[in-house]
Design a binder for this molecule. Sequence first.
Ligand code: GLN
Length: 454
Amino acid sequence: LTEACLSEIDGAGALNAFVHNTPDLALEQAKAADARMSADAPSLNGLPLGIKDLFCTKGVASQAASRILEGFKPQYESTVTQNLFDAGAVMLGKLNMDEFAMGSSNETSVYGDAVNPWKIDDRKLTPGGSSGGSAAAVAADLCLAATGTDTGGSIRQPAALTGITGIKPTYGRCSRWGIIAFASSLDQAGPMTKSVRDAAIMLEAMCGHDPKDSTSVDLAVPDFEAALTGDIKGKKIGIPREYRMDGMPQEIEDLWAKGREMMQDAGAELVDISLPHTKYALPTYYVIAPAEASSNLARYDGVRFGHRAKLDQGDGITEMYEKTRAEGFGDEVQRRVMVGTYVLSAGFYDAYYNRARKVRTLIKKDFEDVFAQGIDGILTPATPSAAFGLGEMADADPVQMYLNDVFTVTVNLAGLPGISVPAGLDANGLPLGLQLIGRPWEESDLLNLAYALE
Ligand code: GLN
C-alpha cells in the first residue's frame, strides 16, 4: 500500500498536495507494520497517511507553509501524530496548506497553490483551505486519509470542496501539543477521509487525554466505529433558520433540502430552530482569531526558529525582527497580525476583543439552548458554493474570502463537533458537502448521523 501511494504521489506533482515527501521513513514504518501484521495489530497498522504541514513531526520539515519556518525540523513529535504512529500508521509526507492555516483556498502557502483534483475543463480549482493539500491528496487517492486542523472551517470546507469527509471534534478532544498554533481557543485537529467509517476509526486513534495540553479533556475515548449503526430513528435534527442566507445559490438550497429529506427518510424528525446570534459569528471570529494569532506568532522573531533576514551593517535587534518578519510572513498573515494587535491594543481592547468575547458567549449559548430543547444534531450546508477557480478570489477584497467560512465558524466559537459529508454534485459536476453539528463530546452520535447521510 505504501509503495502504491508513493508512486501515486510521484505522478501527481501537478496537484502540489505533498510538499515534503518522506519515502524512506514511510517504507521503514511500513516494514515495521508488516512485521506486526496479525489479528490484534493496532487499528491503523500499515495505513499510509498524509500529515498537514502544521503538525510538528520529529526530524521532518514542519513549516506551516510559511517562509518564516524555513529549515525548521522539530525535535519532537506532536501528540496527534505520535498517537497515529502508535496505532501503526505510516507517514508518506507533509501536506500543503494555507500559511499558518490562514485562508480558505490554499493560496497563501509559501509552496504555491494546492490544486483540486476535480476540475471543469481546464479551469484549475481550489481544493479549499486551509487543509487544501490534505483534501486534494485524499480526493486524488494519494493517501488513504490525512490529518487536518480546523480553526474556523479548515477541515470541513476543503472536505466539502473535494468530495470527502472531514470531522472537527469537540474542542479538547484532540491534543494541540505540537500543532503549530494559530488561534489556540479555536484550533482542533481532525481526520480527513474517504468515508464516515474511516473518519470514526482515525479519530479514535488521534484523540485522547494529553497532560501536555491543559485544554485536552480527560475523558475516555469511545469506540466511534461501533456507534455507526445507521439507526437514527427518532433523532431530532435542528434546521437553523438563520443559516438561510440572503442570496444563497439555488444549488445550495437544493442540497440542504435533499439532506433534510434523507434525514427524514432515515426516521429522524426535523425541527425548525433559531440560533439568533449567527449573523455576528463571522465578525466575532475575525476579531478573536487574529487576536490570538498575533500573540501566537510573536515567537517568530528570527532567533528561535527558521528564517532570519540578511542584515546590513549597523542593524540592531529591532531591524532584525522587522526585516525577518516582513520577509518571513506573507500578506494574509501580516494582515492578521496587524488586525490582532489592533484589537488587543489598550485603546481598542474593550471595543473589539472584549466585545467579541461576549458575543462568542452568546453564540455558544444559542447552541446550548437548542440542545437543551432535545435537539440531537443540526443540519446546514458546509459551504456557500462549490470549489471556485484558483486566482479568482485571492485578488479580491479579503472579506470575500472570509465569507467562505460563514457556515463553519460558529462551530469553533462554540467548541462543538462538526462534520462535513459529501452530499451531491452541483450543475457543473463539482462536489458539495453538508454539515452536521453535534452536542459536545458526542462525536459518536454525530458520526452516526453523518453515516445516515452518506
Ligand atoms: N478560513 C478561516 C481563516 O482563514 C479558517 C481557517 C482555519 O480553520 N484554519 O481563518
